[in-house]
Every structure is written in structure tokens, then in C-alpha cells.
Design a protein around this ligand. Structure first.
Ligand SMILES: *Cc1c(COP(=O)(O)O)cnc(C)c1O
Length: 380
């Protein structure tokens, strides 16, 4: 099955043996009747498994070309489950430029449990080996990174992970399986904030993991059930519905993203524009190699390079909504330094380029003319 067909049918077999409904029913139930103790049809309690969630988990696995999918109550709950694979003394190497909430979870929760983190620049994959020792258990990669849109070479990084027998996970939230399939490039775990493009309509908070290895899947299913950060059947249904239009939405996000990136670059009030599709972007070749398009996420700075100038632009936008989050059908603008990345200490934040004048756009699927007009008036 090819990708677009998979978004609609992937993993969806025998959805409703009772009445043949085309969409899986929302099994709004906590428990399942048993004929004799242990005599059930595969479901006994909805923390462990729920048929609507199973339908979604199968769809998630299918679009990522993986064997096993797991859905959680948020993207961070999914990352939390990955980190619970490890124990005190273990070390994790992560991209230094990453989602602020992931950084907060690593530093403020798991560091306290004795896990050591190294936040490094992975744009040159050979930089990673210097941080590997016998305690290293995981390489955490976010690509494209949030909000600087840096690209990490997944295949090159996974080669290093395999050589040292280390797990490698990729946060695929920005690209989605439509643009990039990390398991095919050698990653062991692919993670999503399904809140973003997979849900796609800014109405569900959810996270997911997909893996190929059965033993790893079993350990993660154990954590999912034992820690309990699952998502409900209604939300599972909504994200399953979102995935069915992922390919169409992503196609338009990419088209609009390109138009807006190129427009911003020519605007006299704009400083730097971060978008991996520019031919002269230092990451362009890797992006072209591992992604089938460049997505709808763009960051840029104002020419004045001041906090005030960036705040003024985002306050003046009318079609773009000033809001956290991304990946929905509507265009959003954010100010990372004070919003999504406020939980990263200023010195760390500035080191990765998240300056006060940086604005991040999640370009939606509206008419591009309206989006460009809006940016023009806000910048002018
Ligand atoms: C939003 C986001 C997360 C966290 O996901 P939640 O669903 O908000 O918990 C993780 N990684 C990236 C890249 C994100 O954008």
C-alpha cells in the first residue's frame, strides 16, 4: 500500500464486525464483560487497551512503516514513556535545539531521577561520538528542530547509534510521516506530538510512539499500561480521522510554506528566515535527502532584532492567530522566547539562536494570498 492509501486504510482491518461501520466505533467504556474469569475478547480494561485506541495505534504504525503503535495522552507523555526505559546512571544524548517542554521534562524530571543528559549540536553527526560512553543508552533527535528548523541527518546518526548499540529516537512532529519516515532511515523509535499535524485541527492533545522491534514494543506497552498515560477513545477517534487527510493537508502546508518563506526573504523588514527549503540553507542537502518536502514551519527575525519589533508584528497579525502550538489547518504565529521556549534558560536559548526577535509561523492551509497580505500589513 502506498502512503496516501495508508493514511485512510492502513492498519484498519475488520473495524466493526458487528455492523460494518466504516469508521471504528468510539468504545466509550472502561471495562468489558467476561464469560469466565479471563474469558474476554482481547479487551479487559481500557487503560490496558481499548478498541478505538487500537484502531488508531494500528494506523499510526502503518503510516510510519512500523510494526507497533502506541498512543498516549500527550506528546510529552509519549516521551516520558520512552525515558522510563532507562535507570539512574544511564546517559542520553539529545539535540540542543529542541521543543522547550521536552527539554523541561529531561532536565527537571528525569535528571532528578539520576539520568544524565548531553545537549549537543548534531548537525555534524560526527560530533556525537565524543559524548558516547558505556552508560549511553539513547540518542534523542528532533528534526527539523523547533524552532530553528535545523536538520539532523537521521541515517548518519542511526549508523552511529547502531555501531555503539544505542537506541535512537526521532521526534517526527514537524515533518510527519508524510515528509519523513525515520524508521526506514534506521531509527528505533519514532515519536509524535499528535496534537499537531496528525490531529491537524487544533482540537486534541495526544502523543504517539511507533517501533519495529517486538521486545522494545513490549517494554513500551508495559510502561504505557503500568504508568497509565493513555488517551481516551473520543480523542483516538478524532486523531484517526485527522490522519485520513494528513497527505492532503501536508501537501498544502508545504505549498503555502514555500510561498511564505520566499516572500519573507524578500521583505525589507525581515532579518533572517529559517526554512530548510532554501537552496543556500546549510542543511538543505540533508533535508532534500531525507524529506520529500519542507513543511509549513518557518521561523524568522525582524530586521530591528528587538523584542518590541517582534511583539508588534505578532500582535498586528489578523489571519495568523497568536498562539502556542502548530500543525493545525489554521495559521498560527508564536514568539518562542516568551511562549514555547520560555522554559529554557536564556543563555541556553540564545546559544541555539532563539533570540528575542524570533517569530515562528505554523503556516496553515488557507489561501496563500490572504496569508501574505496579512504578513505584509503586520510587518509594515
Ligand atoms: C508540541 C511538541 C511536543 C509536545 O507534545 P504535547 O502534545 O504538547 O505534549 C514535543 N515535540 C515537539 C516537536 C512539539 O512540537
Amino acid at each position: 500500500m502506498k502512503f496516501n492509501t495508508k493514511t485512510i486504510h492502513g492498519g484498519q482491518v475488520n473495524i466493526d464486525p458487528a455492523y460494518g461501520s466504516v469508521m471504528p466505533p468510539i468504545y466509550q467504556t472502561t471495562t468489558y464483560s467476561q464469560t469466565t474469569p479471563g474469558g474476554h475478547k482481547g479487551y479487559e480494561y481500557s487503560r490496558s487497551a481499548n478498541p478505538t485506541r487500537t484502531a488508531l495505534e494500528n494506523a499510526l504504525a502503518s503510516i510510519e512503516n512500523g510494526e507497533f503503535g502506541l498512543a498516549f495522552g500527550s506528546g510529552l507523555a509519549a516521551i516520558d514513556a520512552v525515558l522510563k526505559l532507562f535507570k539512574p546512571g544511564d546517559e542520553i544524548i539529545s539535540t540542543s535545539d529542541l521543543y522547550g517542554g521536552s527539554y523541561r521534562l529531561f532536565r527537571q524530571i528525569f535528571e532528578g531521577f539520576g539520568i544524565k543528559f548531553h545537549f549537543i549540536n548534531m548537525q555534524d553527526a560526527s560530533n556525537i561520538e565524543g559524548y558516547i560512553n558505556n552508560n549511553t543508552k539513547l540518542i534523542w533527535v528532533e528534526t527539523p528542530t523547533n524552532p530553528m528548523m535545523n536538520i539532523i541527518d537521521i541515517a548518519a546518526t542511526s549508523k552511529i547509534a547502531k555501531k555503539h548499540n544505542i537506541l535512537m529516537a526521532v521526534d517526527n512532529t514537524f515533518a510527519t510521516a508524510y515528509l519523513q519516515q525515520p524508521l526506514d532511515l534506521g531509527a528505533d523509535i519514532v515519536m509524535h506530538s499528535a496534537t499537531k499535524y496528525l490531529g491537524g485541527h487544533s482540537d486534541v492533545v495526544m502523543g504517539s510512539l511507533v517501533v519495529n522491534d517486538r521486545e522494545l514494543a513490549d517494554r513500551l506497552y508495559f510502561i504505557q499500561n503500568a504508568s497509565g498515560a493513555i488517551c481516551g477513545p473520543q480523542d483516538s477517534f478524532l486523531v484517526l480521522r485527522g490522519i485520513k487527510t494528513l497527505h492532503i493537508r501536508m501537501q498544502r502546508h508545504c505549498e503555502n510554506g514555500e510561498k511564505i518563506a520566499r516572500f519573507l526573504r524578500t521583505h525589507p523588514r525581515v532579518g533572517k528566515v529559517y526554512w530548510p527549503g532554501f537552496e543556500d540553507n546549510p542543511n538543505h542537502d540533508i533535508a532534500k535527502k531525507q524529506m520529500s518536502g519542507f513543511g509549513g514551519m518557518i521561523s524568522f527575525t525582524t530586521i530591528e532584532e528587538t523584542l518590541e519589533s517582534a511583539v508588534k508584528v505578532v500582535e498586528n497579525l489578523k489571519v495568523f492567530t497568536l498562539a502556542e502550538s502548530l500543525g493545525g489547518v489554521e495559521s498560527l504565529a508564536g514568539h518562542p522566547a516568551s511562549m514555547t521556549h520560555a522554559s529554557i534558560p536564556e543563555a541556553e536559548r540564545l546559544k541555539t539562536g532563539v533570540v528575542d526577535s524570533l517569530i515562528r509561523l505554523s503556516v496553515g492551509i488557507e489561501d496563500e494570498e490572504d496569508l501574505i497580505e496579512d504578513l505584509k500589513q503586520a510587518l509594515g
